[in-house]
Design a binder for this molecule. Structure first.
Ligand code: 5AD
Ligand code: SF4
Ligand code: FES
Length: 368
């Protein structure tokens, strides 16, 4: 079926999505991306929401086969930023009119870690206005931990499902209890149950991944009623087990284009969610993140990690901005956003419209 006809439909079938994801013709791809951008423009406007990102520690107890900071990679210099350093970044973000900070790290468990995050949330809430939104991205935890952090004031949580296909999930993770697909799914559900605006996402262009898998990922995101999505190309890292499949991967530019089509199809399927133009897009080409915005994404996450740590948080090779500091990245991104005719929505919390509409805001969120 011609792309034009599919794009007229109200709901895409699995076949439609597979057809859209398989586009190779340049003008068909442009048609898809243009449609997605117009949906985004209509619902969200020509606006980009910023979230400051701090990768506060690369200590991780897991051993995901694709990730550069997996515990098995002994070449990594491990770090954990101090509370003071993290609070400094939160202050910086607030002073630079960010309304949101994402705290990301490798996965760690235990009462000490939980307590530390709880106390950090409280402290960040004190320096920034009470409305400053905190997003956590620290992996799989118990329901009680998720709830404790939510009650302390964190409102959003990112946990990528990585792939919604259990078999593929098993191929890209070690075969043990710490890397269970079922647990990951349960965690995502618990995050929603705890009251968070919930973010998930997948990697695109993984070894063994099919277009059917990716179509199912989009259905998964829709079925789970997800509020925020961050998905980007899988990029190989030389010191990881998956690196051995590097010759079987899609060429980088095709991975980039496939990622853009994933963003575009999802935007059309879920017009009111927040979609991030991920840094991984920029690892393929300098304008990658802008291309993501033009394909229907509406969120950028400038990296505010202190420059001295950046070189040690390399999940994949060729990560951009590792020599820049926060000021440089913000100016650079602001210019890029202007260049594509959009503007940064300062002083706007940028809550997912989808989440607000879901109407499950608790008393606590309402009064905050
Ligand atoms: N390529 C792309 N994305 C990666 N991530 C981890 N390793 C890689 C890689 N090699 C992503 C995962 C994880 C997020 C923090 O980074 O999706 O959830
Ligand atoms: Fe750890 Fe996350 Fe990397 Fe897996 S993807 S090894 S959990 S930092
Ligand atoms: Fe980091 Fe341009 S976005 S320097």
């Amino acid at each position: 079926m011609p792309v034009t006809d599919i794009l007229q439909k109200k709901n895409f079938s699995r076949e439609d999505i597979i057809r859209l994801l398989s586009i190779t013709d340049k003008s068909e791809q442009e048609e898809l991306l243009k449609k997605a951008y117009s949906v985004k423009e209509q619902i969200i406007g020509r606006k980009v929401y910023l979230r400051g990102l701090i990768e506060f520690s690369n200590l991780c107890q897991k051993n995901c086969l694709y990730c550069g900071i997996r515990t098995g990679n002994t070449k990594v210099t491990r770090y954990s930023a101090s509370d003071e350093e993290i609070l400094e970044v939160a202050k910086f973000a607030h002073e630079n009119q960010f309304t949101s900070l994402v705290l990301q790290s490798g996965e760690r468990y235990g009462r000490d870690f939980t307590k530390r995050i709880t106390s950090l949330i409280t402290k960040i809430k004190q320096i920034a206005t009470p409305e400053f939104r905190i997003t956590l991205s620290v992996g799989e935890q118990s329901f009680d931990t998720y709830k404790e952090w939510f009650d302390a004031g964190a409102e959003r949580y990112l946990l990528r499902i990585e792939t919604s296909n259990e078999e593929l999930y098993r191929k890209i993770h070690p075969d043990n209890k710490l890397h269970s697909f079922k647990t990951r799914l349960q965690c995502l559900e618990n995050i929603q149950k705890a009251g968070y605006q919930t973010g998930t996402g997948v990697m695109i262009g993984l070894p063994f991944q099919t277009t059917e898998n990716l179509a199912d990922d989009l259905f998964f995101i829709k079925k789970m009623n997800i509020d925020m999505v961050g998905m980007g190309p899988y990029l190989e890292h030389a010191d990881t087990p998956l690196y051995m499949y590097k010759n079987s991967l899609l060429p980088l530019y095709e991975r980039l284009n496939l990622s853009l089509r994933m963003i575009a199809v999802l935007r059309i399927m879920m017009p009111d969610i927040n979609i991030v133009a991920t840094t991984a897009l920029q690892a393929i080409t300098p304008m990658g993140r802008e291309m993501g915005l033009k394909a229907g994404a509406n969120v950028l996450m400038p990296n505010l990690t202190p420059a001295k740590y950046r070189g040690n948080y390399l999940l994949y090779d060729n990560k951009p901005c590792i020599d820049e500091d926060a000021d440089e990245c913000i100016d650079c991104l602001a210019n890029r956003v202007k260049m594509i005719g959009e503007e940064i929505a300062y002083n706007n919390y940028g809550d997912s419209i989808h989440f607000t509409k879901r109407g499950i805001r608790t008393q606590q969120t309402l009064t905050r």
